[in-house]
Design a protein around this ligand. Structure first.
Ligand code: GUN
Length: 293
């Protein structure tokens, strides 16, 4: 049976460090890290995520501001809010929760955030720094940064000689995850829905990272014995065994069967999920320290 990574415990350690850094910054400069979270529309899952981000920011001692905009907000109105937050000296991090409603264009909004305040690491300047190996100068997308902490705990900082496979190629996760693994000297394959023989590709992975949004897609036969398996999926499925109409959360990995083959595996919930919020707090305190350093 594989070792199961306790994401909540690792995240709690990160939050402790962030809180200490935030307190030290305030003691030295009088400035508190400020995080603004912007949400447009009324997607219930997004509201749950955003509330926990705002709550955690307060817990870390940050100034935490949440802007809840109606679904019919226009592109101009949303970009005007970002422009205002860009100029606000008490705000060091700006996060626009995705996905945006269909009538809004995501990219112009993201690119209108000042790169120094882009705590999601989605601005082309931050994505470019990551791709060119400047890991310390920009801000790195929170979920891959969190997943990378797990990889480092298991394998150390140098992944020379290890094969890593990332399933998924999104800007928010797959691409930055592959870049981080590459920067750590792994041999990286970025697989996706058009990959031929996905199972065969995955079976080659010493480090297998799944971020596809398909419940329990990765099966035991896809996993190389002794691999590290990191599950980034969060999928809600029906759970009639829990009672009528009940649901439960599962990842992209069929956990029970893969845990019999892997050396180390992350659970869902309680794996990568808590790390995303913790790394968002870490990015915010980093942005604040840079602004006041
Ligand atoms: N929606 C789901 N995950 C994320 C995230 O990490 N950042 C933003 N902005 N939106 C998301």
């Amino acid at each position: 049976m594989a070792k199961v990574i306790d994401g909540k415990a690792v995240a709690a350690g990160v939050i402790e460090q962030v809180t200490a850094a935030s307190n030290a910054l305030e003691a030295e400069t009088g400035a508190r890290p400020g995080l603004a979270v912007v949400i447009v529309g009324d997607d219930p899952a997004s509201h749950v995520y955003v509330s926990s981000k705002s709550r955690m920011a307060k817990q870390c001692g940050f100034k935490s501001v949440q802007h809840t905009l109606p679904a019919e907000t226009t592109q101009v109105q949303l970009e005007a809010l970002v422009a205002k937050l860009n100029e606000d000296p008490e705000i060091h991090g700006i996060l626009v929760q995705l996905p945006l409603p269909d009538h809004l264009e995501t990219d112009p909004v993201i690119q209108s955030i000042r790169p120094e305040k882009d705590v999601d690491g989605l601005h082309v300047v931050n994505a470019g720094k990551l791709m060119t190996g400047d890991l310390d100068g920009g801000l790195i997308s929170c979920t891959p940064a969190g997943a990378m902490l797990f990889v480092r705990q298991t394998h150390g900082a140098d992944l020379s000689g290890l094969n890593a496979v990332v399933i998924g190629r999104s800007n928010l996760f797959g691409k930055p995850m592959s870049a981080l693994l590459l920067a750590a000297n792994a041999t990286v394959t970025t697989a996706h829905s058009r990959t031929r023989d996905l199972a065969g590709v995955c079976r080659n992975a010493d480090i297998l990272v799944a971020a596809v949004g398909r419940p329990q897609m990765v099966k035991a036969e896809w996993v190389k014995p002794g691999a590290t398996v990191i599950d980034v999926g969060i999928n809600r499925i029906d759970a009639p065994e829990r009672g009528e109409g009940k649901t439960r959360l599962v990842g992209d990995v069929a956990f029970d069967e893969c845990a019999e083959v892997a050396d180390t595996i992350t659970p869902v919930p309680g794996g990568v999920g808590p790390m995303t919020i913790a790394m968002l707090m870490a990015n915010t305190v980093t942005a604040a320290m840079r602004a006041h350093g």
